[in-house]
Design a protein around this ligand. Structure first.
Ligand SMILES: Nc1ncnc2c1ncn2[C@@H]1O[C@H](COP(=O)(O)OP(=O)(O)O)[C@@H](O)[C@H]1O
Ligand SMILES: [Mg+2]
Length: 299
């Protein structure tokens, strides 16, 4: 064993989820990008939410709602200036490393390297996340198989389609066997078939491992189909939270003019405005790069 592996083994006992703890608990989470002089609008303005262990939780809302900022606070990538965030019972402010070891994160921005093969990309993440050396090759192969990229694994990922790139990024996040998988707009810019295959991979891994999934999206239909519970977010606040069926039932009660509401109707009801629709497009690696750079700038 190398010293890194010894340290990892020693840390492992410290990174177990606290028994019975929810996967994520946020209380009064706030974040503003314009601190100091002047009062800027809060990107996240008092978010309370709980993601239960084992569920697929969707944070849903238009560009600028505060979804990315919220999940960056949960993944410890942003400090939490106000409020509290716990991941499997660990406070993200005090136990940053423990929290990081429990989660896998697929950012909205491109995280695969086009000049490496799929396998090399996943192997890189295995190293960064301290997957023990002796297990690495098998774990990399397993992660690639889970996202149906075994055959393409030794091709440069610059030759992959948009959907394959996204599935590769999923494999990168899965190789460390996270208890919580956090995905930011995993299907943005993909065509409907690629979107379905990304969701099917997430579902299959969840069934096999029991991991918890926290996902952001602005596609209402996906949230409706694949999420157990949903938080509707707009202008920094959670406007409504529940299962898709519960949210629709609330709209039926409160707005009888919608006897059979869609999640779009639900959003309009609770946020008081329409959800801007995203653009879907077929694409290759460079299209993905362009779309997601743009998306990360505007979103
Ligand atoms: N790095 C940044 N600097 C300044 N403002 C930002 C930055 N990132 C996001 N914002 C602003 O914070 C708000 C929430 O953004 P974000 O969390 O990215 O929303 P979403 O992911 O829902 O599209 C938006 O008004 C956005 O313009
Ligand atoms: Mg975003």
């Amino acid at each position: 064993m190398t010293s890194t592996e010894n340290a990892t083994a020693a840390a492992a006992s410290d990174t177990a989820p606290a028994p019975g703890a929810d996967a994520v608990v946020c209380r009064g989470l706030e974040y503003s990008f314009h601190r100091g002089r002047g009062k800027g609008a809060k990107a996240v303005d008092g978010v309370d939410l709980t993601v239960r262990t084992g569920e697929v939780f969707g944070l849903l809302g238009p560009n600028g709602a505060g979804k990315t900022t919220t999940i960056r606070a949960i993944t410890t990538l942003l400090p939490v200036p106000s409020g509290m965030v716990r991941v499997f019972g660990h406070d993200t402010a005090r136990r940053q490393m423990q929290v990081r070891r429990l989660l896998g994160y697929v950012p909205q921005q491109l995280s695969a390297e086009s000049g490496l093969t799929g396998r090399e990309n996943v192997a890189l993440f295995a190293r960064v996340f301290d997957v023990p050396h002796a297990e690495r090759a098998a774990r990399v192969a397993q992660a690639l198989a889970a996202v149906d990229l075994t055959e393409a694994a030794d091709r440069m990922c610059g030759t992959y389609s948009g959907g394959m790139v996204r599935r590769l990024e999923l494999a990168q996040a899965l190789v460390s066997a996270p208890r919580l998988l956090v995905l930011d707009e995993p299907t943005i810019g993909l065509d409907p078939i690629a979107r379905t295959s990304v969701w099917e991979c997430i579902e299959a891994v969840r069934r096999a491992t029991g991991m918890t999934v926290l996902v952001t999206t602005h596609y209402m239909d996906e949230a409706d189909q694949y999420c157990d519970r949903i938080g509707l977010m707009d202008r920094g606040k959670i406007r409504a939270l529940g299962t898709p069926a519960e949210l629709k039932a609330r709209v039926r009660e409160q707005a009888p003019e919608h006897p059979d509401p869609t999640l779009d109707d639900v959003f309009r009801h609770f946020a008081g405005r329409d959800l801007a629709r995203g653009q879907a497009s077929e694409g290759d690696f460079s299209d993905v790069r362009r779309t997601r750079r743009t998306a990360s700038r505007v979103g």
